[in-house]
Design a protein around this ligand. Structure first.
Ligand SMILES: Nc1nc2c(c(=O)[nH]1)N[C@H]1C(S)=C(S)[C@@H](COP(=O)(O)OP(=O)(O)OC[C@H]3O[C@@H](n4cnc5c(N)ncnc54)[C@H](O)[C@@H]3O)O[C@H]1N2
Ligand code: MOO
Length: 627
């Protein structure tokens, strides 16, 4: 049976319908204070003892009676008799009740007979810490519903609190569902998906102050899922059911929540996360979270995190927001509110935001994201260059360190970014040149062949930066060639074979340097594009092109050797090309760019390249001026 009806209610309208039914969580437990980090107090905590609980010297020196010192001055020093008028004391020692002040040892002149002379009077209670200076017995150390921090633990111990009553961690059951979901990565069969979401939920629940309880993936069988849901509801405070939320034939979550309790919402106007289900069974919140990892992340953030915050009376944590200029146009549908993962970086003092992959299945877009752009439901998107607000996922100080790199893609960039923080966006060589022109990137990796001169990269910069404000940082030389299945079963020899009727090709997108190299070679050989099957099909990265060969979507594609190697494909060399870094001359003074150049010139980089077949170096880091 399919779920046919899915609501499309806004996130803003949904929240009160759900959260108004959630009550403050009242279960408590007493735990050792040293184990209380991150826990939430259930009631105010009052001190058992004062700190200090005696009058204590605040300095190393002598204990005196202040009235004995009243007349002391440089011209009229006062002598204090050993054992009678003063006692030696160290910082923290109790103050003998006979005395009422401390003079620091530096201000004391010691005579040979053991007496001392002082030249300054001491006022009553000078350098004495009174009983309870820090904490007085019965003072409130922490209020209720306070999240305990390391400094709180210190104060609790000082106040004699060795055990503390805290709110119990709400128990959150995670039930991953789907017959395709497996727990082991070995022997993966076609169709198997590793259960990654429930591992992410476990960590998120822990961060939110809950106690996760993860079930093993449940096969798509209605009765089995029902049994697991009932078990989870019996033992937990919140139940998350992952996947099976949509309209598939095996999506039982909604009908089971309906059967066992009540469904409040199925379908929210957000992307990703549309088929979310919110309901209650035995008054316990039950949330059906969509299966795609990115949908799972956002639905957790919007509902489960807020739920735990509300139950634990924690402040809802609001991300910091920054304004940034968009480096790409973003379209969005009026049907939903959208959460777009973005990378951020400073280019010439301006914060630039670039969207990452928007697919709900691309969990790496969350790993790479510096922030989130929320596009509201009544908004069709944003223009290139428009100023937008981004919710930060990383501190701005970390974002300031990274260099924005927009342009052509090469697997070597990931390796460089392991050393020098790069914020990478792959738009092809020409996209990089245009981004540089518009000052939206600091570095543009390019490999553009000038078909007249047969040289790389300088031609295009001469053309686009005629006033000479660009420069080229020499990068690497890489082998470009035909990627074909292992063993080259169709016996492909070179570019000339592209017109063979038994071969289908996969091209790269317009503007990609690899495509220009292809066209250059086709022209040299006098081949017409129209004679190539698949010329119009486009992959956006070398890896995507290699993947299409690996998955038999095509017979061959043009790309770099490293991509072919990663996927264990055969490779037929076409040419070496120059993969260099275009920059604006100004940024040659940017500290981050200087570090990048230094790394290209380093022994470490040269060793790294030596280990990867298909690359060679010729003066990496050298600056070529564009006249
Ligand atoms: N006809 C329609 N089809 C779909 C709709 C729709 O409205 N009409 N909505 C789409 C949207 S949007 C989403 S989101 C998904 C949600 O699907 P389900 O929640 O039913 O989840 P599945 O289809 O079972 O899985 C989706 C995807 O996620 C993977 N997955 C599932 N569990 C895990 C896990 N524990 N760890 C990692 N990955 C997991 C699963 O294998 C699938 O690839 O429905 C669309 N379809
Ligand atoms: O809304 Mo679904 O959550 O896009 O992938």
């Amino acid at each position: 049976m399919r779920n046919t009806f899915i609501d499309n209610i806004s996130l803003e309208e949904t929240k009160p319908l759900f959260f108004n039914r959630i009550e403050k969580y009242s279960k408590k437990e007493t735990i050792p204070t040293e184990k209380s980090l991150g826990r939430v107090t259930s009631s105010p905590v009052f001190a058992n003892v004062s700190s200090p609980n005696f009058n204590a010297s605040a300095m190393d020196g002598i204990l005196v009676r202040s009235k004995d010192t009243e007349t002391a001055s440089e011209t009229n020093p006062v002598t204090l008799k050993k054992d009678k008028d003063f006692l030696y004391v160290n910082t923290g020692n109790p103050v003998n009740p006979e005395f009422d002040a401390v003079i620091m040892i530096e201000e004391v002149v010691e005579a040979e007979n053991g007496d001392v002379r002082i030249i300054k009077s001491a006022y009553p209670y000078q350098h004495i810490r009174n009983v309870g200076e820090d904490i007085i017995k019965n003072d409130m150390i922490l209020p209720s519903f306070h999240e305990i921090r390391p400094e709180d633990i210190g104060a609790l111990f000082a106040g004699g609190i060795f055990e503390i009553e805290v709110v119990k961690k709400p128990k959150v059951a995670i039930i991953p569902t789907g017959s395709e979901i497996v727990e082991d990565y070995r022997n993966l069969k076609v169709g198997d998906i590793i259960d990654s979401n429930s591992r992410m939920f476990e960590a998120m629940i822990t961060v939110s102050g809950g106690e996760p309880y993860r079930y093993s993936p449940v096969r798509d069988e209605r009765e089995l899922l029902k049994k697991n849901i009932l078990d989870a509801v019996g033992k937990n405070d919140i139940v998350i059911i992952n996947a099976g939320s949509s309209a598939g034939t095996h999506d039982y979550t909604k009908s089971l929540i309906e059967e066992l309790g009540e469904v409040i919402i199925h379908g929210i106007a957000i992307k990703p996360g549309k088929p979310t289900i919110l309901g209650f069974i035995e008054d316990k919140p039950v949330i059906g979270i969509p299966g795609y990892p990115v949908s799972a992340y956002f639905v957790y953030q919007e509902f489960v995190k807020s739920l735990l915050e509300k139950m634990l009376c924690r402040d809802d944590e609001k991300a910091d927001i920054v304004k940034a200029s968009l480096s790409k146009r973003i379209y969005s549908s009026l049907k939903h509110k959208e959460f777009v993962r973005m990378t951020l970086g400073y280019v010439g003092g301006k914060l630039v935001a670039t969207p990452l992959d928007r697919g709900a299945g691309v969990s790496m877009s969350l790993v790479k994201a510096d922030g989130i752009l929320v596009i509201s439901r009544n908004n069709e998107g944003h223009d290139i260059g428009e100023e937008v607000e981004i919710k930060l996922l990383k501190p701005l100080s970390a974002i300031k360190k990274s260099i924005v790199v927009i342009g052509s893609n090469d697997p070597i960039m990931d390796r460089i970014s392991d050393r020098i923080k790069l914020s990478l966006s792959h738009v092809g060589s020409f996209g990089g040149v245009l981004a540089l022109k518009k000052k939206e990137t600091t570095i543009a990796p390019i490999h553009i062949l000038d078909s007249k001169s047969g040289t790389y990269n300088t031609g295009v910069l001469n053309k686009y930066f005629p006033s000479g404000d660009a420069a080229l940082i020499k990068g690497i030389k890489r082998e470009q060639g035909l990627m074909v299945p292992k063993g080259n079963p169709k016996n492909i020899r070179g570019i000339e074979d592209l017109i063979r009727a038994d071969l289908t090709f996969m091209n790269r997108q317009r503007g990609a340097g690899t495509r220009i190299l292809l066209d250059y070679n086709l022209e040299k050989l006098g081949i017409d594009n129209n004679d190539i099957q698949g010329y119009e099909r486009e992959a956006v990265t070398h890896m995507a092109a290699a993947m299409s060969v690996k998955s038999s979507t095509c017979d061959l594609a043009l790309g770099v050797k490293s991509a072919a190697d990663i996927l264990d494909l055969d490779f037929i060399l076409v040419d070496y090309e120059d993969y260099d870094f275009a920059v604006l001359k100004d940024s040659l003074e940017d500290e981050r760019v200087l570090k990048f150049i230094e790394y290209l010139k380093s022994e470490e980089f040269s060793k790294e390249i030596d280990n990867i077949p298909g690359y060679k170096l010729e003066n990496p880091g050298e600056i070529v001026e564009i006249s």
